[in-house]
Design a binder for this molecule. Sequence first.
Ligand code: C2G
Length: 133
Amino acid sequence: MKKVITFGTFDIFHVGHVNILERARALGDYLIVGISSDELNFSKKGRNPVYSIAERLKIISSLRFVDEVFVEESLELKAQYLRDFDADVLVMGDDWKGKFDIYKDICDVVYLERTPSISTTEIIEVVRQPRDN
Ligand code: C2G
């Protein structure tokens, strides 16, 4: 069984997240998703996620092409996660291109094109815009 693993915050879930998870799963037989804890997101992005870790775990695990989810506590634990889950392929969006090549001694590393013009940050900004009506 070819095990694929990927990581992310997946806050304010959107089609860009669906696209990367669906394509990641298509590279193997089993998809594991490490979901950043609230604290890790704060350290990565300087803000708490809008959706709690419990909500983000529930949303991602509800997808038919996701087989397993866990909480990603730290970026520094990535090698341990890859080994613990016995991953064959690490998949990330190409905004991370090159950043995880150091794990090529543990598993294959594949960067997939991000879905253009959608991001959690943009959605938050649009929602915050004052209504002109
Ligand atoms: N993504 C995408 N297209 C978008 C937005 C996001 O393909 N329009 C991908 C990202 O490239 C990433 C995944 O969706 O692979 C999750 O994105 P984020 O929730 O922003 O995750 P990130 O902060 O990149 O966390 O250990 C790695 C980090 O936890 C990754």
